[in-house]
Structures are given as C-alpha cells and as structure tokens.
Write a protein that binds this ligand. Structure first.
Ligand code: UDX
Length: 426
C-alpha cells in the first residue's frame, strides 16, 4: 500500500518507519525544514531506542521518503495518517491548529479513494468534524475517516508499535475499518471496533485511568509515610489482585510527559463543554500537582529552610530512556528548589540543558559539596552508583529517593541517610 503520514513526531515517525519496514511505501510529511533535512540524512531528531536501525533500513530500501508537500503526497497515497501534535492551550483545551491545517491541505489531495486515519489524540467529536469538513470539499465516495488512536510509550515507541496490546478502530464504514485492520494485521493484536468518538474516548480514558492510578498510589504513599508503612510492599500486595494489576503503581514525584497531563486536561475540557461535572479527574490532577511540594517538604524536615542549600538533582527527563522534558516533574522540582533559594546542580544521562538548567558532565560532579541529593527520574544508571564515592563528595548526607527505586541498605551502608515518601521507616 502507498501511505502518507502527516507529522514526523514520535507517533508519525515511528508509524512511518514500522509500516515502511513491513512493506508499504511511505511518505512522511512535516513542515519543519530542519527536521526534514535530518531525517533525509537518516538522523532521528529525538532519542528513541531502536528507531535509528529501522530508519536506516527503510531509507536504504527506498521504502520511506520525507517531504513538506502534503497535497502531492496525499494524491499518491491509498491511506493518509494524521499524526500531528495537539498541544494544550493554557485553558487545557487542545490546540488544533496543526490538525486543521493538515485537513485543509489533504482535502485538495483527495482525487481518488483514500482512507484517512487519525492517530493524533484529538478531542471528543473531532473525527466527526473531520468527516463533515472533508465532505464539504471532497466526493463522499472517495474517502473514509477512521479514528485509530496510538498507545505507544516514549522510550519503547518502536516495540509498542510492532507489538501493541490492541488496535482500536473507530469508523463510519466497514471499508475504512477493513483497510486499517489489514494494515495492522502483522501485529496479531486484538482489534476493538467502535464509533469515531468511541475510539477517541478509549484513548482519553486509557491515559486518564493511568494518571488516576498513579495519583492513587501517590496518595496512598503519603498515608503510608505517616504510618511508616512501605508503599512498595503495598503496591505489590494490591497489584497481585488481577482486578487491580501491578503496573503503574510506582509512587514518586508524579506523572509528566506530553500525554498524561494534557489528556486529562483535554477530557475535563470536553466534559465541561457538555456541563458534565467531573470530580475524580480534577482530584487526580490535584494530587499530581502536589507531589513536588510533598517532596520539598520532606527535604525541609531534614534541612530546615532550603535557602543557600546546595541540592543535587538526578534526572531531568520526564521519565527514563527519553530526552523528552515536557511536563517533567524533575524540572518542576528544580524550579521549586531554586525559588526557595537553593542552589541546584543537576545531572541527566541524556538531557544536556533545559530551561536554563545545565546537566553536569557526570553524576559525581553534581553531588560535590551538596547538602542533599534527590533522585528525580529513575534512570537505570542510578542503580549502579558508587555510594561511598557519593558520600565522600557530598557535604551533607541526605539522599531523597523521589522515585522509590534505590536500595535503602546500599545507600545507608555508605553512611548516607535514606529518605523517601512511604519508605516504611521512621
Ligand atoms: C503515555 C501512555 O502510557 C501511552 O500509552 C500513551 O500513548 C502516551 O502517554 P508516556 O507519556 O510515553 O506514555 O509515558 P508513561 O510511561 O505512560 O509515563 C507517564 C508518566 O507517569 C511518567 O512521568 C512516569 O514517570 C509516570 N509514572 C508511570 C509514575 O509516576 N508511576 C508509574 O507507576 C508509572
């Protein structure tokens, strides 16, 4: 099949690479010239494990090309994926500027039958709107609109695209649905068919459920802390119940990234637009917003006021194995520490600089003369730290494990004081 993918971000580029690797001829479209130049030279514009090899292979096989010419690429294609960003506005409402431009551009390329597939996470009702808008400009016999939300996670984007848990297809016609089913048949994943808006809702409800689960365990962690109960043991104990499940019960600084915070706000915005009073979802967001304060307060229990204290912070990305810093709790934590007058020395294995925060060259550099160290993002490298060396470099001895991942004994044996929320210790 000939495929056009509009948008070369995490979703668009990964989808392009995987479909090209599975035998389709793919044109990936973006309006960012510098990104297109990099991609044409075979450079992945962001860090995503494994993607480089697939990009190299598909470029070498002439299965994947890049362009900024939407109309001509759409004219050539049997299937057009929309994978543009829908970033949040200050109100929480998703900004659909890129999506609207994509629809305007692709409308004039519908000169033969195409299946238009929306991968972007879009507000409830958007795919119906896309259908209506295209009807104004194109022959209804020449297109079908399909909502096919993407569930990939950054850091495992390639694996998730090749091995999805499920393929969700929202469609108005059997023809459109069958095209998408055929395209993803290689995954052997179960297919869930629903309406256009139903598929949009499955995407939002998935991400928002994950956000609620994280805020739930974070609230439990705070209560555990007050009673000296180990929250990791609690998470294991409750996660053994298949109705609850063990995933997404890691307590800590809270969720960040480009999806969970944005999708929760967007769903609330949609609900408010229909006068639906939501209670649980705003609470989940509130718990998440409180996490940074909870951790700075925890630090203040040991250090008193943080003014002029030197704090090392490990991790800048919103989670390990990515250089993405969007809505990173680690950065919110650092900004809060700076606001309180602390001096922060950060270290991240991948992120070099963000919002004026510069990563030290190595993790030991960051702890020199520090009064305290906070682990803010759980990169694997922090599991094999020489804690004796850390102890000898630090001025103080507090290690605040804001992701509940360090081994208490190893840290303590080096003469450091281990702190966490819900560590189970006094
Ligand atoms: C998420 C969804 O998982 C994915 O299905 C969707 O397509 C896009 O949004 P992503 O944003 O890449 O993926 O990251 P994810 O792995 O879900 O983590 C989100 C945030 O939650 C991170 O900040 C992470 O540190 C945090 N998290 C995750 C926790 O705090 N505790 C957990 O137990 C799990």
């Amino acid at each position: 099949m000939k495929i056009a993918v509009i948008g070369a971000g995490y979703v668009g580029l990964t989808t392009s690479c995987v479909l090209a690797d599975k035998g389709s001829t793919v044109t990936c479209i973006d309006n960012d010239q510098s990104k297109l130049e990099k991609l044409a030279k075979g450079q992945v514009p962001f860090f995503e494990p494994g993607l480089q090899e697939v990009l190299d292979r598909t470029l070498a096989n002439n299965k994947l090309t890049f362009t900024d010419q939407t109309v001509s690429a759409v004219k050539e294609a049997d299937v057009v994926f929309i994978a543009v960003g829908t970033p949040p506005k200050a109100t929480g409402e998703p900004d659909l500027t890129y999506l609207k431009t994509a629809i305007d551009d692709l409308a004039s390329g519908i000169t033969s039958y195409k299946t238009i597939v929306t991968k972007s996470t879009v507000p409830l009702g958007t795919n119906e709107w896309i259908h209506e808008t295209l009807l104004e400009n194109a022959d209804p016999a020449l297109f079908d609109v399909v909502s096919n939300p993407e569930f990939l996670k950054e850091g495992t984007a390639l694996y998730d695209t090749v091995n999805p848990d499920r393929v969700v297809i929202g469609a108005k016609s059997a023809r459109g649905a069958s095209v998408v089913k055929e395209l993803f048949a290689f995954t052997n994943a179960p297919v869930y068919e629903t309406t256009l808006t139903g598929a949009e809702m499955i995407k939002y409800a998935s991400n928002v459920f994950l956000a609620v689960k994280i805020s739930f365990i974070n609230e439990i962690a705070s209560i555990c802390d007050a009673f000296h109960v180990n929250v990791k043991e609690v998470a294991e104990g409750i996660g053994a119940d298949p109705r609850i499940g063990p995933a997404f019960l890691r307590s800590g600084l809270g969720y960040g990234g480009s999806c969970l915070p944005k999708d929760l706000s967007a769903l609330l915005y949609s609900a408010a637009g229909k006068q639906v009073d939501a209670h649980l979802l705003p609470s989940a967001a509130k718990v998440n917003d409180q996490q940074v304060n909870r951790y700075t307060a925890k630090l203040e229990e040991d250090l008193g006021i943080l003014k002029q204290k030197r704090i090392a912070v490990w991790g800048l990305s919103f989670k390990p194995d990515t250089d993405d810093t969007r809505h990173s709790p680690a950065i919110l934590l650092i900004l809060s520490l700076i606001e309180k007058g602390a001096e922060v020395l950060a270290f991240d294995p991948l992120v070099k600089e963000v919002e004026g925060i510069v990563s030290q060259h190595d993790l030991y550099e960051s702890v020199k003369e520090a009064d305290a160290l906070i682990l803010a993002t759980e990169w694997a490298v922090f599991n094999s730290v020489d804690w004796n060396r850390v102890r000898s470099l630090m001025k103080g001895n507090i290690v605040l494990d804001a992701r509940n991942v360090l081994n208490h004994r190893t840290v303590t044996e080096a003469g450091l004081t281990y702190r966490a929320i819900g560590s189970g210790r006094v």
